[in-house]
Design a protein around this ligand. Structure first.
Ligand code: GUN
Ligand code: ZN
Length: 436
């Protein structure tokens, strides 16, 4: 069945880190987007598209808002939903004292299913239509998130965490188990509907050399899966990796050695990567997930997107919440913190750059830009509608917004889940804000 929505629309057709923002951004003040069978089948100026539309097609109108591509969260831990806002620690202690406790609960499928439901609901409420998700070591926790996403025909990427050392015994697998269980999950879920599998060694410190070898071999057997892990998030972590892998040149070299760097490999954080390491990321086509709310929360540092995207050795960068070290499901709030992260690196991140990162930029990091991240004919119909007047103070501030750039910047600085008017996944509404 054909449906359509009408309103102001914003999308991106190129990367503003490499060319003029105005040549990358497409804004239409009154657009109609037509959707059928989960895809966008027509898009353009309302008066033009409406003349081609059969009279019986329902057109949902969104006023005082901007329709955008659905946001993509390129690095997020669904099991940590229940421990978001855990006080006081930096990375390693935070993992031991909070994360590794709650993840043990995911041995129970019913618990995993309950959290998966809460998690996806919250993502939809925040305009997130696609995400790259860490599960736990338990395969049933992977089934739980894929099963929940399948109900909505959501484009989801997820994988079983592999770890065989430096964590509680209850959370450890073995090299062979990590291989066998990940392989079985690939066979069960990879490319089933819109699902894709992500081979997920948690990070170098929790994997033995034998495990890294086996997951690297698995990645070579399945070259079209994604790979995810963490790299260079915290200075003590970087020092620990140096101790654990004395033969490696640096942190990145550990992943390079075991064939875990390639296109569609995405690594969380990367704050302290050296020029040499960034060059390896660029050469291998690997990407970094920028997780600013998490980086500030754990006191990890502030990632420099502009430096990563240096045109001499460009690295693809996705935006991510990294919940539950991340402090918000909101991608608007994540953009807000990305702006502050840029400030600490000595530059300002424009709203255009931030909204690009949250949509097409992240799709490019995951090599999904032919499917999601922009509003064009043939793309999957995943959309977020931003209410430009979602709170009294935003409504007041908007009276003084002089142009689109200011409008977007106000939204990303002051907006949160209340700014999401509606979220569409595969052409269907999965969230509509309550009328106020
Ligand atoms: N490094 C290894 N595991 C994790 C995790 O769960 N969260 C964060 N922020 N960093 C990690
Ligand atoms: Zn993470």
């Amino acid at each position: 069945m054909k449906t359509a929505i009408r309103g102001a629309m914003l999308t991106f057709k190129a990367d503003p880190f490499f060319q003029d923002l105005k040549d990358c951004m497409v804004y239409e003040s009154d657009a109609v987007i037509v959707m059928e069978a989960g895809k966008i089948t027509a898009v353009g100026k309302a008066d033009e598209v409406l003349t081609t539309l059969p009279a019986d097609v329902e057109v949902t109108r969104h006023t005082d808002s901007i329709i955008m591509p659905g946001f993509i969260d390129s690095h997020v831990h669904y099991p940590q939903t229940e421990m978001i806002a855990a006080y006081g620690e930096q990375l390693i202690d935070w993992l031991n004292n909070y994360t590794f406790i709650v993840e043990q609960g995911f041995a129970q499928k019913a618990h995993a299913a309950e959290v998966a439901k809460v998690f996806l609901n919250e993502q939809f409420k925040n305009g997130v239509t696609s995400s790259t998700v860490y599960c736990t070591v338990f395969p049933q926790s992977v089934d739980a998130i894929f099963e929940e996403a399948e109900k909505y025909d959501m484009r989801i990427m997820a994988g079983k965490v592999c770890m065989d050392r430096n964590a509680p015994v209850a959370l450890l697998d073995t090299p062979q188990r990590s291989y066998d269980e990940s392989r079985a999950l690939i066979e069960k879920w990879h490319k089933k509907g819109r699902a894709e599998y992500v081979i997920t060694p948690r990070f170098a410190p929790t994997s033995s050399v034998a495990q890294l070898e086996m997951v690297g071999a698995l990645a070579q057997e399945f070259p079209d899966t994604l790979i995810q892990s963490h790299v260079s998030e915290n200075v003590n972590e970087v020092a620990w990796v140096k101790d654990l892998f004395p033969d490696a040149r640096d942190y990145t070299d550990v992943y390079m050695k075991y064939n875990l760097l390639r296109e569609r490999a995405i690594y969380g954080h990367g704050i302290h990567l050296t020029e040499d390491e960034l060059s390896i990321f660029s050469e291998t086509g690997s990407a970094i997930a920028h997780c600013p709310t998490s980086n500030f929360f754990l006191g990890s540092g502030y990632f420099n997107v502009k430096k990563a995207k240096d045109p001499r050795r460009p690295v693809r960068v996705g935006l991510a919440t990294d919940l539950g070290a991340g402090t918000s499901f909101s991608i608007l709030q994540t953009m807000n913190e990305a702006y502050k992260s840029a400030q600490l690196n000595g530059y300002a991140l424009s709203a255009g750059h931030a909204f690009y990162l949250a949509t097409r930029g992240t799709a490019e990091a995951l090599r999904l830009e032919d499917k999601i991240g922009s509003i064009e004919v043939g793309m999957e119909a995943d959309l977020a509608v931003i209410n430009l007047k979602s709170t009294p103070i935003i409504e007041y501030r908007m009276r003084y917004a002089k142009n689109l750039e200011e409008t977007l910047f106000i939204q990303m600085t002051l907006g949160d889940d209340r700014a999401i008017a509606a979220t569409y996944v595969a052409g269907k509404p999965v969230y509509t804000a309550p009328a106020n």
